[in-house]
Design a protein around this ligand. Structure first.
Ligand code: DSN
Length: 447
């Protein structure tokens, strides 16, 4: 997969592309929603399917010349149905957020009550957060996690009884434990709500049997395909048997909302890449990958705990964990993210339950194992990563977020300058590169 044409034609973009490839190769990627797609997936994403318009669905298109697109889309649909054990799949949503809005507009009307996990408790923006249209078009009644970080099922049950939502989300962006699917299905059924499982984070675990499947509990399942599924950037919406029992027209409603309700031509190159990723996800190799992802996540969690870090809920059942840094000070997640970035460990700052600070200056970081596991790293490397992270945090432990807004910005500017000059962080950065070099990424790929 050479990019010689770009190299010849556009030196500036070529420079950005080589920079990004080198960044990915030389850093430890711990953002739990990121991964490394296979060269096969990248080839399909960059294929001639980019050129085609195919509004409609296989066999029912508004444009000619779709016989090969139809084949690709049918492959993606059939493989998604087989992987997730569902009777219907729509593989056209451009991404997770538009997919979630397509679900809303298939089963809800503006002003209807919806329930989702609160954003600062680990939920997703589109599950009803106030700055998302989902929190403005619908009446959002969020549920929360307990002080220990587990979903507060009793609160969710009470809120559902009191508010009679039309739709309830189960699924999160920052939740390190198994989803209480059976409990949420009982809650949704008791008030006649649609239960929608947004499994964007855990889909790869679900298809490999490493997390319980929502297929028998939820009416609708949505997942993005680029996270633990290791596919292209896109999303799919599935209707379960339970969903069709509740509303035999549900699949049709979803399809009509996606197209022509909300989207025009599907991204056929992404559909093709999904087909490849789904075929990969059917393999024993993928099952082994998912198993190792969890072993690595647990090993990283244990190693961090040995270094004295507090993890929300005390650990993890899945591919991710939330590190609570409140003992270093309010908003310390900002410093941790910057300093780790400086040494080549990529994480994201994240709120922790009952965060004393704000989502922009949160007190924790969110980390996970999908990408490092794809690189081939195992439990011993998780311990090495925890050692490096601990040494990095130790180096910046005296940093503290001022309370005034202007002072904060000046302090963070100065902090970045200081970490850029730190000999200790430079030394840790060299360790990161040495570790990465032992696990080559895309060997043979030349930009
Ligand atoms: N941005 C994704 C994540 O990082 O979890 C969710 O949309």
């Amino acid at each position: 997969m050479a990019v010689d044409e770009i190299k010849e034609f556009d030196a500036e973009l070529y420079d950005a592309m080589t920079g990004e490839l080198s960044r990915q190769r030389k850093s430890i990627e711990l953002i739990p929603s990121e991964n490394f797609a296979s060269l096969r997936v990248l080839e399909a994403s960059g294929s001639v399917f980019t050129n085609k318009y195919s509004e409609g669905y296989p066999g029912k298109r508004y444009y000619g010349g779709n016989e090969f697109v139809d084949r690709a889309e049918r492959l993606a649909i059939d493989r998604a149905k087989a992987l997730f054990g569902v009777p219907h799949a729509n593989v056209q949503p451009y991404s997770g957020s538009p997919a979630n809005f397509a679900i809303y507009f298939s089963v809800c009307k503006p002003g209807d009550v919806i329930m989702g996990q609160n954003l600062t408790d680990g939920g997703h923006l589109t599950h009803g957060w106030k700055t998302s249209e989902s929190g403005q078009i619908f009446k959002s009644v969020p549920y929360h996690v307990s002080a220990e970080g587990y979903i507060d099922i009793d609160e969710a049950r009470r809120l559902a009884q009191e508010n009679r939502p039309k739709l309830i989300w189960i699924g999160a962006s920052a939740y390190p434990r198994a989803l209480p699917l059976r409990e949420f299905s009982e809650i949704a059924d008791s008030v006649g709500a649609y239960l929608v499982a947004d499994i964007s984070h855990i889909a790869g675990l679900v298809v490999a049997g490493m997390h319980e499947s929502p297929a028998k509990y939820a009416h609708i399942i949505m997942t993005t395909t680029q996270k633990t599924m290791r596919g292209p950037r896109g999303a799919i919406i599935m209707v379960t048997d339970k969903g069709l029992e509740k509303d035999p027209e549900l699949a049709d409603k979803i399809d009509k909302t996606v197209f022509p309700g909300m989207q025009g031509g599907p991204h056929d190159h992404t559909t093709a890449a999904m087909a490849v990723a789904f075929k990969e996800a059917m393999s024993q190799e993928f099952k082994d990958y998912a198993k190792q992802m969890i072993l690595n996540s647990k090993a990283l969690a244990e190693a961090l705990k040995k270094h004295g870090f507090r993890l929300v809920t005390g650990g993890t059942d899945n591919h991710m964990m939330l590190v609570d840094l409140t003992n270093y000070g309010k908003g310390f997640g900002v410093f941790a993210q910057e300093a780790l970035d400086q040494i080549g460990i990529t994480v994201n700052k994240n709120t922790i339950p009952k965060d004393p600070s704000s989502p922009f200056y949160p007190s924790g970081i969110r980390i996970g194992s999908p990408a490092v596991t794809t690189r081939g790293m195992k439990e011993p490397e998780m311990e090495e990563i925890a050692d490096i992270m601990s040494a990095c945090i130790e180096e910046i432990k005296d940093s503290s977020l001022p309370s005034g807004k202007d002072e904060r910005q000046a302090y963070i500017r100065d902090f970045k300058k200081r970490i850029g000059e730190s000999a200790r962080l430079r030394e840790l950065g060299e360790k990161v590169i040495a570790l990465c070099d032992r696990f080559p990424l895309y060997p043979g790929l030349e930009y």
